[in-house]
Design a protein around this ligand. Structure first.
Ligand SMILES: Nc1ccn([C@@H]2O[C@H](COP(=O)(O)OP(=O)(O)OP(=O)(O)O)[C@@H](O)[C@H]2O)c(=O)n1
Ligand SMILES: O=C(CO)[C@H](O)[C@H](O)COP(=O)(O)O
Length: 445
């Protein structure tokens, strides 16, 4: 694992190229320094009236996980964000604690929300300043990011731009172009004027502020601001004279407001699934036929996704699991020859279940069985088919989807190539679809 030369006790996250040096009280991105401490407040204390559901939208399921867990994950991935303050209504504290525990979220401080969004955000900020109200006061950051808990698709690049702009300008926020024409009406319900659309933008989140600036703004806020205000950038302009820098964000920044947005969020799972399906590893023992099939699969699958073959001699399974876990492989093709004993695959599933891999997203394990014997395996013993089902059922509880894929060894090359192509087609589809209903099924290539 690569380490940071200036900060050798910390590894560089290969995905984000970011390292944090708490001793210097600064955060670094690749070779760039983010020379100031940053934290985030996620207001999640609303009831989601516009959704019309009994469950507040931030706790609604999306991809089998509460929406808020995705938003938290987006910040958790970023090493330079030191604390994640989540503000929730008093009656939801236990639910939130369960979510944090279930999905192993880290660096979270829970704070009780207020009657309005602004009151909740202010409560979240106070955890950095008020040791009387909170048991443990967090170290005050120089820049604080505020992001709605119901906007799960926020990327690190944008957060970095917004945080840096806030440091320079006192405040910064993401915008999007207006999607509709906006008109002003007269009191008689007639057209008064039409907005010149190019001049206006939709204000979105994330936003970031110099901590002291937004804190002072909230201290001066009127009851009317607290009750009806919807714009933090306006507060710092009005009370501190800070003109926020505006940065156009991607279309994925949208917030869940109405039920239909959850459907759109569900649609976005295509893009989540897509990123989960981008790489796979093929595990074999050292048996020649298995290794050969693995390399054929690698060659064919490489046209669709990144593939690595890992040939594991008996006794080296532990390092194999470490390899899978450190490279975050959530698609595993396990090749066996002739053997219908499920012991090894059981062990593999158990070891994966002990890693953090399946906590946030399902892991797909495809057992490819290369049959070189004359008879069909499993044919004399239906119990073995039942054993695959049972194994898959247990694995599903750990968020691991196990499938069986049988390939009979043909005598001639042409048929062999067809069989390999079929294995790749079926494996590729299972990886892409991540269909939990099909877990435990035995496919024949
Ligand atoms: N008292 C409140 C109200 C809102 N929020 C949070 O602020 C974010 C954005 O607000 P909004 O979309 O208005 O959420 P709700 O108030 O829950 O929705 P609605 O306006 O439909 O009631 C949400 O993550 C919401 O949970 C909050 O922390 N405390
Ligand atoms: O994006 C925002 C601008 O600060 C906030 O989410 C604000 O709460 C928007 O409210 P609404 O959902 O009514 O547009």
């Amino acid at each position: 694992m690569e380490t940071d030369r200036k900060c050798p006790h910390r590894a560089i996250n290969p995905a984000t190229r970011i390292r944090t040096d708490p001793a210097l009280n600064c955060s670094c991105t690749g070779s760039r320094m983010v020379g100031f401490p940053v934290a985030v407040v996620l207001p999640a204390g609303g009831s989601g009236e516009r959704m019309g559901l009994s469950t507040p939208k931030q706790f609604c399921d999306f991809l089998d996980r509460p929406l808020i867990s995705f938003t938290i994950e987006a910040f958790e991935r970023i090493n330079w964000i030191q604390n994640i303050v989540v503000v929730v209504a008093k009656e939801c504290i236990d639910l939130m604690k369960t979510i944090i525990h279930k999905y192993s979220h880290k660096r979270i401080t829970l704070v009780i929300g207020g009657q309005t969004r602004h009151r909740s955000i202010f409560n979240g900020l106070k955890v950095f300043t008020d040791s009387q109200v909170y048991d443990s006061k967090l170290t005050k950051p120089e820049v604080i990011i505020i992001h709605d808990a119901v906007r799960p698709f926020v990327e690190e690049d944008l957060l970095l731009k917004i945080a840096t702009a806030a440091k320079d300008h006192g405040a910064a926020g993401a915008t999007r172009p207006l999607v509709s024409t906006v008109i002003a009406t007269t009191s008689e319900g007639c057209l008064d004027s039409s907005l010149e659309r190019a001049k206006y933008r939709a204000s979105e989140m994330p936003q970031a502020f110099l901590f002291d600036t937004i804190y002072q703004a909230y201290q001066q806020c009127s009851d009317c601001d607290f009750e009806y205000g919807t714009e933090c950038l306006q507060l710092v302009l009005q009370y501190c004279g800070s003109k926020a820098k505006l940065i156009e964000g991607p279309p994925t920044l949208w917030k869940v407001k109405f039920k239909v947005f959850l459907t759109s969020a569900e649609l976005s799972k295509c893009s989540v699934s897509e990123s989960l399906s981008q790489k796979a590893c093929v595990i074999t023992g050292v048996q020649q036929d298995a290794v050969q099939l693995a390399h054929c699969l690698e060659k064919t699958l490489l046209t669709q996704l990144m593939v690595e073959v890992i040939s594991t001699p008996v006794g080296e399974e532990v390092s194999c699991i470490q390899n899978i876990s450190s490279k975050e492989y959530r698609n595993i093709i396990y090749v066996i020859v002739n053997d219908t004993d499920l012991q090894e695959i059981k062990q593999l599933v158990e070891s994966i279940g002990n890693t953090s891999l399946p906590i946030l997203y399902p892991v797909v394990v495809i057992m490819v069985h290369l049959n070189k014997s004359e008879s069909m395996p499993f044919s004399n013993n239906m119990d073995e088919l039942g054993a695959i089902r049972l194994l898959a059922k247990e694995a599903k509880q750990k968020n691991i989807l196990v499938y069986g894929l049988l390939v009979n060894y043909p005598k001639d090359t042409e048929k062999w190539n067809d069989a390999v192509a079929n294995v790749c087609l079926i494996a590729g589809t299972l990886i892409k679809d991540r269909n939990a209903v099909l877990a435990g099924q035995l496919f024949v290539a």
